[in-house]
Unconditional design. Structure first.
Length: 281
């Protein structure tokens, strides 16, 4: 019975100290507290940019930018490294009318989800609490491809039509790398900017990769019309086997985003919990 009451008392003391720590004006003390275990919520909004077969130059008048949203969490491993995971949503588009291969007249837009797991390396240690902290991030993830094209004022999903007579993987992996800068606005909040590039293990983000197929091999008239669109602008129809994309170079998409980070636990709270030796369950 005494052991039970002592356990209850420890839990209550732990809870009270946690609340006091949360309300502290200056939570960062001289106590040496390991950074490991700090959990944060992260989110971001920004723009996404596509690079692939339907774009050959940086045309500022027709960038095809789309919005990107991200929501996730990070877990601090050391003073300089954090693991992070994010669920993201992005939109991109392109139109060959504004490229050197205008005669093909292909276009697409897509809104895709992806899931990314990564490792972030901060320049300055967590304990230093630097006002500005640059960082690098490397990650791996998977995305779901949903390219669409417009025909007769209606949007059609391209992947089921097999416009190149190829059933490609719609859940490809990607590798990502980026740089960022975080600004500490308060004990718990950080705001920053991040630029990252995502290298798809697929060339079908835009539904174009190899060559024009034999029209007779395609499953429907709709597939034939969306596979070969040159005649819509008065250009001669490409012959089967003519270049439609570049399979030797996979597609990529870039993010430039404004990010926010909220610390769920702080160094002071961890120190206070250790002082009272909160029981583990």
């Amino acid at each position: 019975m005494n052991h039970f009451l002592r356990s209850i008392f420890q839990v209550l003391v732990c809870f009270c100290s946690f609340q006091v720590g949360a309300q502290s004006v200056d939570p960062f003390t001289n106590h040496k507290v390991p950074a490991r275990g700090v959990i944060s919520l992260v989110g971001g909004v920004g723009v996404a940019y596509y690079m692939g077969d339907l774009r050959d130059d940086l045309d500022f008048a027709h960038l095809g930018l789309g919005p990107t949203l991200a929501l996730g969490a990070s877990y601090r491993l050391t003073e300089h490294f954090s693991a992070r995971g994010e669920l993201r949503l992005y939109s991109v588009s392109a139109d060959q009318r504004y490229s050197r291969n205008f005669q093909n007249n292909l276009s697409f837009r897509t809104t895709n989800p992806d899931l990314q797991l990564g490792l972030q390396a901060d320049l300055f240690s967590f304990s230093r609490q630097a006002r500005f902290n640059p960082y690098l991030v490397l990650g791996v993830g998977v995305t779901y491809l949903t390219p669409k094209a417009r025909l007769d004022n209606k949007w059609y999903s391209l992947a089921p039509l097999t416009t190149e007579n190829v059933r490609y993987n719609r859940l490809p992996f990607f590798f990502s790398g980026g740089i960022g800068l975080m600004y500490r606005t308060s004990t718990r909040w950080r705001l920053g900017l991040e630029l990252s590039n995502n290298y798809l293990q697929s060339d079908y983000l835009d539904d174009a990769s190899t060559v024009f197929p034999n029209p007779d091999d395609l499953p429907s008239d709709l597939a034939r019309r969306l596979s070969n669109r040159s005649e819509e602008i008065g250009q001669p129809a490409p012959q089967p086997g003519w270049i439609r994309g570049n399979p030797g170079l996979n597609d990529t998409y870039l993010f430039f985003s404004l990010r926010a980070q909220y610390l769920l636990t702080t160094r002071h709270q961890m120190a206070e919990r250790r002082k009272v030796r909160c029981p583990r369950f």
